[in-house]
Every structure is written in structure tokens, then in C-alpha cells.
Design a protein. Structure first.
Ligand SMILES: Cc1cc2nc3c(=O)[nH]c(=O)nc-3n(C[C@H](O)[C@H](O)[C@H](O)COP(=O)(O)OP(=O)(O)OC[C@H]3O[C@@H](n4cnc5c(N)ncnc54)[C@H](O)[C@@H]3O)c2cc1C
Length: 411
């Protein structure tokens, strides 16, 4: 058996998604060294299409961190969204714009998560020459309740490694192993909600038909119209959770999108699919506390939101801002006080985002799509909430304030 190689770093980070990479960047700026371990290859994580909406505080943070040059050049600033629905059953759908700029004086930026990841990897590896170990396996955390935790792994070439750290961060997403390690102490609580639907997502080479995102409430189910660039649209359909994307031909997907997004005067641009359609389940989950000893959970490792509120990546980045500050204060000699407050500070924002994501999901999806009789009470409530949201400045402001992102530390 080959001998395990020993390494040392102040912080060990598992996962090179938005949480892990932003944490590594914020620590590097504060003079704290870290090693990032990632199960996949660099090309895989750079091509993984997921979220695309950056809240205003996320954009500010990436600018402060010095990794927003391309984002500022290529990101698409949006100052509103449209809610599309029929005012009465069977009537034509209409758009109702939620004007973020007018209501809260801020907006969001459309910029793909994989572009954020590419920028962070280029900054860390190509510009700064700092380590990211790709294609690692058998990752395990050790001694997390001591002040000398470590991480072991097997590298792509089969060699065995151990990283000795002061702090370890579980940024390994929903399917990673860090949450189980945090739970092994017995005081982790997991709160969950599942939804009776999923999203079928497609990426198409088609110029956006509209400048802003459209959230459509339709009798056949929810549809979302969004974009990634002036040439590429990202579209979603509410589907049953057990849907096999292979059952959906391109023609069927476009037909369904045309139906659910129909509005007098609206033409949906079609184009070739740039990747295979995928189905994403809808789930809410919060695991807390987000700390066990010197192991800290961040991002999807600790919480999941349904994507209707566009909060997942933004929450991951908000978590690691708090964690980076706590670690920086620790190395500045301020002790573990920042560590003690980490979970509670993050969970306040997490629960606000959980509520907003649940609210948007509940208002916009059909819980009984395709049924003849439907659920008149449920749909009546949804339509009442939609009408209220677009006719009351107070209600519209609440949606806008949550959508663009409350300032970090505000809740
Ligand atoms: C399929 C999918 C589609 C999504 N679509 C949308 C969307 O359309 N809109 C939206 O707002 N949000 C969406 N989200 C949510 C959003 O993308 C996430 O909230 C965001 O990626 C969270 O960032 P993260 O860094 O916490 O986790 P992740 O981005 O999941 O990163 C975790 C990283 O850890 C790595 N990893 C896992 N296990 C290990 C291990 N054992 N060792 C080493 N590395 C490991 C993974 O490969 C990954 O690179 C989607 C999420 C998923 C999973």
C-alpha cells in the first residue's frame, strides 16, 4: 500500500461550487490559506448549468472580492420581472410587471452559475496559482470536534492524502457527505418539505423574446421564461416529479411552453436545445446547526430551496461571507466568538429565503395540473394572491425586496 501524503493548510474546503470557491476567495483576500477538494473535473464543474439569477448583495460581494470584471461586462442587469396569469378562469393571460427599480431601487443580474464558477476558478488557479484538487474520491472528515481536524482523500492518480487544518468547511452540496458528519454528534435537526412537482429545464439557442424573466401561472402548470445571454434562453416547465426527460421530445416541450406562456402579442422564439433537458426535484430543507466543532456547513450542504425564488446560489454565497468573516477574526486573534454565531446568523437569512421560495412556489404552481375538475379553492387562493401582489404596492414591494435580496445581515 502506498504511503499517505500529509499536507497542512489553515482551512480545508470540500466542494468547488459557489460556496466553496467564494469562501476560498474571501479567505485568500484576508491572507488565510486554504485547499479546495472537488469530486468532479474542472471542465465538468465549469459546464454544469444551474442557477442564473444573482441578487444585488451577491453582485456587490463578488465586486468587493475582485471577481466581477466579466460579470460587469457580460451580466444582464434586470430591473423587474413579469407575473403572467389570467385574471379570471379561462380568460387571456396578461403580464403584470414587478418593477424592482421603482419599488426598491435595486435589481438583479442574470449571469449563469457556471460563469461565476469559471471566473472563480480562473482567478484562483490561473491567476493566483492556488490549489484546487479535482477528481478526488473517498473524502472523509476526521476529528472535527477537536481544534485539529483533518480531511483524507484519494487523488485522481490513486494516491492517498491527508490535509491537517484548523477549520474544515463542508461546501459539498446537497448530495455531499459533510451534513452526515455534522449530524453524527446527534444535535442536527433537519426540517423538510417536498412538493408534488419538479421542473423540466431546457437551454435553447434562441434569442430572448422578452428582456425580463416571466413567471407564468397556467391551468396546465407553471412555466418560467428566462435567459442566460442575448443568444440563449433558459426555460422551465412544471412536470410530475417522476418525469423521465426522455419522454419529452423537443416538439412536445416547445408545444407545452407555447401553451403555458401564451399571451396576446407574445411570440416565443424557438431554437435548438444546447443540452439534454433535465428534471430537477423541488424540495425545501434546512439542517441546523450548521456547525459541529470545527466543521462548518455552507450552501446546499445545509439547505435547499425550490428554485422558484432564485435563492440557492445566493444563499450559498451569503453563508460563506459570514464564515469567512468568522475565520478571519479567528486568525486575527479574536477567538471563536464568530464561530459561535455562524449558524444562527446564517439560519436567519436561510429561513427568510425558505419562506420566500415556498411563497413563490405555492403561488405559481398548480397542485393539481391537468385534472378536469381542478382544485377551485386552491386556484382561487392563488389567483387572489397574484392579483393582490400586482395591485398592492405594499405586496409588490415585499416581493421585490425579497427577490433582489435583502442586504446581508438585515434579517
Ligand atoms: C440540478 C440542479 C439544478 C439547479 N437549478 C437551479 C436553478 O435553475 N435556479 C436556481 O436558482 N438554483 C438552482 N439550483 C440551486 C443552485 O444551483 C445551488 O443552490 C447552488 O449550486 C449551491 O451552491 P453550493 O456551492 O452550495 O453547492 P454545489 O453547487 O452543489 O457545489 C457542491 C460541490 O461539491 C462537490 N462535491 C460533492 N460531494 C463531494 C465530495 N464528497 N468531495 C468533493 N467534492 C464534492 C460537487 O461536485 C460540487 O461541485 C440547482 C441545483 C441543482 C442541484
Amino acid at each position: 500500500m502506498t504511503q499517505r501524503r500529509e499536507h497542512r493548510s489553515q482551512v480545508g474546503i470540500v466542494g468547488a461550487g459557489p460556496a466553496g470557491l467564494v469562501l476560498a476567495k474571501l479567505l485568500a483576500r484576508a491572507g488565510v490559506d486554504s485547499v479546495v477538494l472537488e469530486a468532479r473535473s474542472r471542465s465538468y464543474v465549469e459546464a454544469r448549468v444551474r442557477a442564473g439569477v444573482l441578487e444585488a448583495p451577491t453582485v456587490e460581494l463578488l465586486r468587493e472580492a475582485g471577481v466581477a470584471d466579466r460579470l460587469d461586462r457580460e451580466g444582464m442587469p434586470h430591473s423587474g420581472i413579469a407575473l403572467r396569469f389570467a385574471d379570471a378562469p379561462g380568460g387571456p393571460a396578461q403580464d403584470h410587471r414587478i418593477d424592482f427599480a421603482d419599488l426598491v431601487g435595486k435589481g438583479i443580474t442574470v449571469y449563469g452559475q457556471q460563469e461565476v464558477v469559471k471566473d472563480l476558478l480562473a482567478d484562483r488557479i490561473d491567476d493566483a496559482g492556488l490549489p484546487v484538487e479535482f477528481e478526488v474520491s473517498d473524502v472523509e472528515f476526521h476529528d472535527v470536534t477537536t481544534d485539529a481536524p483533518s480531511i483524507t482523500w484519494t487523488a485522481a492518480d490513486g494516491s492517498a492524502h491527508r490535509l491537517h487544518c484548523d477549520v474544515v468547511a463542508g461546501c459539498d452540496g446537497f448530495h455531499g457527505g459533510s451534513r452526515a458528519v455534522a449530524g453524527a454528534g446527534g444535535d442536527l435537526t433537519v426540517a423538510e418539505r417536498s412538493y408534488p412537482f419538479a421542473w423540466l429545464g431546457v437551454l435553447a439557442k434562441a434569442a430572448p423574446t422578452t428582456d425580463e424573466l416571466v413567471y407564468a401561472h397556467h391551468d396546465r402548470g407553471f412555466a418560467l421564461y428566462s435567459m442566460r445571454s442575448p443568444e440563449v434562453t433558459r426555460l422551465y416547465l412544471q412536470v410530475p416529479p417522476e418525469t423521465d426527460p426522455g419522454d419529452w421530445s423537443e416538439a412536445r416541450i416547445w408545444d407545452e411552453l407555447q401553451t403555458r406562456l401564451a399571451r396576446p402579442g407574445f411570440t416565443l422564439n424557438e431554437g435548438e436545445f444546447l443540452e439534454k433537458p433535465g428534471v430537477t426535484g423541488m424540495r425545501s430543507m434546512v439542517a441546523g446547526p450548521m456547525r459541529r466543532g470545527r466543521l462548518f456547513l455552507a450552501g446546499d450542504a445545509a439547505h435547499i430551496v425550490p428554485p422558484t425564488g432564485a435563492k440557492g446560489m445566493n444563499l450559498a454565497i451569503a453563508d460563506v461571507r459570514v464564515l469567512a468573516e468568522a475565520i478571519t477574526r479567528f486568525y486575527a486573534g479574536a477567538g471563536e466568538g464568530g464561530f459561535d454565531g455562524y449558524s444562527e446568523t446564517c439560519l436567519r437569512r436561510v429561513w427568510r429565503a425558505e419562506h420566500f421560495s415556498w411563497f413563490m412556489t405555492s403561488m405559481l404552481h398548480r397542485f393539481d395540473p391537468g385534472t378536469e375538475a381542478g382544485d377551485p379553492f386552491g386556484v382561487g387562493l392563488q389567483r387572489a394572491q397574484l392579483r393582490y401582489t400586482v395591485s398592492s404596492r405594499a405586496a409588490a414591494t415585499s416581493l421585490a425586496e425579497n427577490y433582489v435580496g435583502l442586504p446581508h445581515g438585515a434579517v
